[in-house]
Design a protein around this ligand. Structure first.
Ligand code: B12
Ligand code: SF4
Length: 572
């Protein structure tokens, strides 16, 4: 039990653990321990992979733990999920520990929940894991209501928590930081799990409701009327986009070759068959951050999937790998939609500020390859990132209009601590003082077009930002047209996606005709080397840079800020 943790966790020399100062060691006396998992869902999604994975691990190795899932589903019922009522709900569960999975943008909205829980249930330890705890460790542990934080992978760590609370394993809960009774913090090193085969496949039962999955909102983009189940074939991405948390995680990964992890293709397919048959799945949504991170896996997987699963699916990809061959084999396997990031339509801004080196030509060619293969395209775009100009934003809209993806998405930039772009924004004094009102949903979904950065009026003022966002919204409404063919009836129906966005109807806009895509410019390549394309992107990234490597350097004496030099660069 737990043997892999010792191999994978980075054990180091550490100070002796002052067990007598632990408030929680051995605090659970009853036979069965009740653990509640929780996460915050402002977009209505009710499945979280970290919880599914930790739940499976606990159920396999610690059968004396009762695992309960109680997410904060504020879109379902604002009153039921108010901090006060949520604390009452947890009290009814008679829990021994509550474990939250927290993304950084959710930290501020979640703090009142921790306060209410501590006030009502002072003997309930609160454990925080997820990107917030991994990348903002001090901020997280300093919250007076937080007792433990998990600064890395959580499966073995949560196993250690339950043993620690029961007092069955001496020493600290390895993989976590613990706040001791005198306020000191005892730290152990983060776990990095490099071998997915050592873990059980995620547990979905923990999300089921009284009527199974009928009433569970399990997908963001998938078609309604079918059970859309999110799944992952692996973890990790080889790229290092400057705004993404994959970058600092990859940077801190100690054995780099274990970062890109995939399940064995046949094991994965067997698991999908099991899920399909157990839950009546009608569509799989692959949530891997980069589906094609391992070419060998993808080839084998598509072959098996085509033969054995026969269900439509969607994946996340990068335009660099979406050549004709890839799109064709994806389509043959049943790929319905590929989601990919364009992020900015301005090549230079995208390369220099966002760390994405692809050309617009590549973007257009990839989109065309998908279209030719009969795959829907869903694009992700960021607006309001540091030092973005109004023209950059317009270029993003223009490029999307050229492609006319079946679904166009735009998100307000969120500064994420630990990422290179966050560091730039901080150094340039662009971070907002009050981060509590950040907008982080799809810009249209949020219905607020307010910058998450301080305004740089010479580059992009608040009014222009709002106006261009509205133009983007009008394009979405006129353009978005995902379709889904129902095999049973043979009908092709427009998909009603679950994303509740695109309906800001106070100010009706002139619908715009989607433009036809430009003629394809295929790469002609027969093979994609993911590591090669990723390496090209990697070269561009310098960890925590003071400034991006290839932004023109000012003369040494009169060193203006990056903001000044970039302003000069973009405005010239
Ligand atoms: C799948 C995914 C989604 C899905 C599902 C989200 C969900 N409900 O879980 C969708 C598409 C819905 C989504 C949406 C969003 N996402 Co998202 N998403 C991802 C993605 C690609 C994979 C996450 C995943 O499930 N991994 C597999 C699991 C098993 O691994 P894990 O998350 O790392 O969890 C491990 C550890 O973190 C730890 N752990 C996690 N929680 C806990 C809790 C405890 C108690 C413990 C002990 C340990 C622990 O243990 C886990 C297992 O080892 C990541 C990218 C990435 N590189 O990870 C982004 C990512 C998590 N998303 C991100 C963001 C910002 C969002 C949005 C806010 C974007 C937006 N603007 O709307 C929304 C918010 C959604 C919501 N419900 O509120 C950021 C989070 C950054 C941050 N610092 O918090 C990431 C990292 C991408 C990025 N830009 O950098 N997302
Ligand atoms: S491609 Fe970029 S944005 Fe996507 S997961 Fe990888 S590093 Fe993050």
């Amino acid at each position: 039990m737990n043997s892999k943790a010792d191999v994978i966790a980075m054990s180091t020399e550490r100070a002796p653990y002052p067990q007598a100062k632990s408030r929680w060691f051995g605090s659970v006396k009853r036979e069965r321990l009740r653990l509640v998992f929780a996460f915050y869902s402002p977009d209505g999604n009710e499945i979280a992979m970290p919880i599914a994975s930790m739940s499976a691990y606990l159920k396999r190795d610690f059968p004396w733990v009762d695992v309960i899932n109680e997410p904060i589903l504020i879109l379902r019922d604002e009153n039921k999920y108010s901090p006060e009522n949520y604390a009452k709900l947890i009290e009814e569960h008679d829990a021994d520990v509550i474990a939250f999975s927290v993304m950084s943008p959710h930290w501020y909205p979640m703090e009142p929940y921790f306060a209410e829980l501590k006030a009502r249930l002072p003997d309930l330890p609160i454990v925080i894991g997820g990107y917030q705890a991994m990348l903002s460790q001090q901020q997280t542990i300093e919250n007076p209501n937080v007792d433990y934080i998990c600064t890395g992978d959580g499966e073995y760590a949560i196993g250690n928590v339950v043993q620690h609370l029961k007092g069955t394993k001496d020493g600290p809960a390895d993989g976590l930081w613990e706040k001791l009774s005198d306020g000191e913090v005892y730290e152990t090193e983060a776990h990095q799990i490099g071998d997915l085969a050592a873990l059980p496949f995620p547990d979905y039962d923990v999300f089921a409701k009284a009527d199974g999955f009928k009433d569970v909102n399990s997908s963001i983009f998938g078609p309604k009327g079918k059970l859309v189940l999110p799944v992952m074939t692996g973890r990790g991405c080889p790229y290092r986009c400057t705004y993404c948390c994959n970058t600092p995680i990859l940077e801190g990964w100690k054995t780099k070759k274990t970062f890109l992890r995939k399940y064995d293709p046949q094991d994965m397919v067997d698991e999908l068959i099991r899920l399909r048959d157990k839950y009546g799945v009608g569509y799989f949504e692959f949530w891997d951050e980069l589906f094609l991170s391992n070419l060998k896996f993808v080839r084998a997987f598509f072959e098996l999937y085509k033969e054995q699963i026969r269900l439509p699916f969607s994946i996340n990809s990068r335009v660099e790998v979406m050549n004709e061959e890839f799109c064709k084999s994806a389509a043959e396997a049943g790929c319905h939609t590929i989601w990919f990031g364009i992020e900015s339509g301005d090549e230079e801004y995208r390369a220099k500020m966002l760390g994405r080196k692809m050309t617009n030509e590549q973007v257009i060619a990839a989109a065309e390859n998908c279209k030719k293969a009969g795959i829907n395209r869903l694009t992700f775009n960021i607006v309001g990132a540091p030092l973005e100009t109004a023209d950059n934003m317009r270029a993003t809209l223009a490029l999307n209009k050229t492609i006319a993806p079946e679904h166009f998405f735009f998100f307000p930039y969120i500064p994420l601590r630990g990422t290179p772009l966050y560091n730039i924004a901080k150094e340039e004094g662009l971070l907002l003082e009050n981060k509590k009102n950040m907008h982080y949903l799809s810009a249209a979904n949020d219905r607020q077009f307010t910058l998450n950065m301080k305004e740089c009026p010479e580059l992009l003022n608040a009014e222009e930002y709002d106006q261009i966002c509205r133009e983007m919204l009008a394009f979405q409404e006129a353009n978005n047209r995902l379709t889904y063919s129902d095999e049973e009836t043979g009908e092709t129906n427009p998909v009603t996606v679950e994303d509740k966005s695109f309906s800001l109807s106070e100010e009706p806009q002139e619908p715009q005709e989607p433009q036809e895509s430009r003629a394809p410019e295929t790469t002609g390549e027969s093979e994609v080397s993911v590591s090669e394309v990723a390496a090209a992107s990697v070269q561009e990234y310098t960890p925590a840079p003071a400034q991006p490597a290839d932004v023109p350097m000012p003369p040494p004496q009169a060193k203006p800020s990056l903001l000044q030099s970039v302003k000069g660069f973009f405005l010239s």
